[in-house]
Write a protein that binds this ligand. Structure first.
Ligand code: SF4
Length: 431
């Protein structure tokens, strides 16, 4: 196969830049590897290494700084036959390090070339995640206050299955890259090189010095035995195939007429453990069964069984653009905590607003129509107060009907739970 280089756009780097050697080595490697250009993708990061994709006649993706690996993994998952190569500098490595760790942990069949030249070359030689502490960088003393990162050691501890450290001037670089591409899994090749435009203007660094650096660093020569395992895409597809049950989208056809044709804005004010969100769900199912558009917005703490729980449900014949409640038509007040959360709302209600209040709950003064219910006297357990309130709403013809609720309960719960819920609702219909 002939060169993959783009004859219309020859590589242009500063004179002596190691990136140029790596470009040529990658071209040779792609030739040797022999994957067709339309099955080869170079995903480049930002910086001088980000120019790579423009120099080759292959597919290319150039995205946000530090994120190249995320795009690459998506491409490889979508088409496992692709040969996906990522080029990233030490700048992108520092910015998107978490994505490098994720790739090491996942083991996707991607080759990452880290073009480490110890600084942000393109933007003026600022220090990066790999700048030696004693180096002179274009960002004053900042590198002297940090320690540089050894990405190969980090990758090894994060689970990378292939790690290679070499000089960007290594005459064997093309063969090294072929071996990395042939590795079934995530391969990381760190090339150490010279940024002649910035770094070596302030620091002495030669190919010989790079060789000496590599000799002094932990050896990284390819497959990492302790980390070897199946490739991510293969593992993903095998596990997905084993999965037998998939949640299907809920489709609800119009089967009932709503009690009134207009929009209802229902606010349920309760506490955690009172199944407020479940009650909101039921109202939504019921609304959909009446051919209405619905939305639900919930407000509760991250804690379990503590704190307020508020659900705001819209039922509307028109499409809902904003899911917030502007002017409630129905308020269910069944806990002081919930009422406290929306205490300012009560003064703004109108006489048309229907407020259902449990006897033990205190609400602020309001011009709304307030109806009190004593669930304790009706022998309804506190955790069922929200559901029981829906039964009373249906009885009053506010927002839902008994038929809509019965349908919603059957859709929302399993058979046993639906039967228990219906007992509570029917008790309210009869009350
Ligand atoms: S700035 Fe540095 S990395 Fe960029 S092209 Fe010039 S020498 Fe190469």
């Amino acid at each position: 196969m002939s060169s993959f280089l783009n004859a219309d756009r020859p590589p242009v780097f500063c004179p002596g830049c190691t990136h140029e050697r790596i470009t040529k080595a990658l071209d040779k490697a792609l030739e040797k590897k022999g994957t067709a250009p339309h099955k080869t993708v170079i995903v480049s990061d930002i910086g001088c290494s980000g120019l790579f994709d423009t120099f080759f006649n292959v597919h290319a993706l150039h995205g946000l700084h530090g994120r190249a690996l995320t795009y690459a993994q998506g491409l490889k998952l979508a088409d496992p036959a692709l040969n996906v190569i990522v080029t990233m500098g030490d700048g992108g490595l520092g910015i998107g390090g978490a994505h490098v760790l994720a790739a090491c942990r996942k083991n996707p069949d991607i080759t990452l070339i880290v073009l480490n030249n110890f600084n942000f070359g393109m933007t003026g030689g600022q220090y990066s995640a790999t700048t030696p502490t004693e180096a002179v960088a274009g960002s004053e003393f900042l590198n002297r206050a940090e320690v540089p990162m050894d990405i190969c050691l980090v990758a090894g501890s994060a689970g990378a299955t292939y790690i290679r450290r070499c000089s960007g001037h290594d005459p064997q670089l093309a063969d090294i890259l072929v071996e990395a591409m042939d590795h079934k899994g995530f391969s990381l090749v760190e090339t150490l090189g010279m940024c002649t435009g910035r770094y070596t203007k302030r620091n002495r660094l030669t190919p010989k010095a790079i060789d000496a650096m590599i000799d002094a660093m932990p050896k990284m020569n390819g497959p990492v035995e302790k980390n070897l395992r199946p490739e991510y895409g293969e593992a993903y597809r095998r596990l997905a195939l084993e999965k037998k049950h998939f949640p299907m989208p809920v489709t609800i056809e119009k089967a009932f007429d709503p009690p009134a044709p207009g929009r209802e804005e229902i606010v349920i004010l309760g506490s955690a453990g009172m199944r407020i969100v479940t009650a909101g769900d039921i109202v939504c199912y019921a609304g959909m069964a009446a051919g209405m558009n619905v939305s639900m917005k919930n407000d509760y703490n991250i804690t379990v069984l503590r704190g307020q729980s508020v659900s705001e449900i819209l039922i509307s014949p028109e499409k809902i653009g904003y899911a917030g409640i502007e002017s409630p038509t129905v308020v269910i007040a069944i806990s002081d905590e919930g009422v406290q959360r929306r205490h300012g709302m009560f003064a703004t209600l109108t006489p048309e607003t229907f407020v259902l209040k449990e006897k033990s709950v205190t609400i602020p003064g309001t011009p709304a129509t307030v109806v009190e219910v004593d669930f304790k006297a009706l022998k309804v357990r506190r955790r069922d107060w929200a559901l029981a309130s829906l039964g009373l709403l249906a009885k009053e013809g506010r927002g839902v009907t008994p038929e809509m609720l019965a349908f919603a309960v059957r859709e929302r719960f399993n058979e046993k739970m639906a039967a228990i819920a219906m007992e509570t609702l029917e008790k309210m219909f009869r009350s």
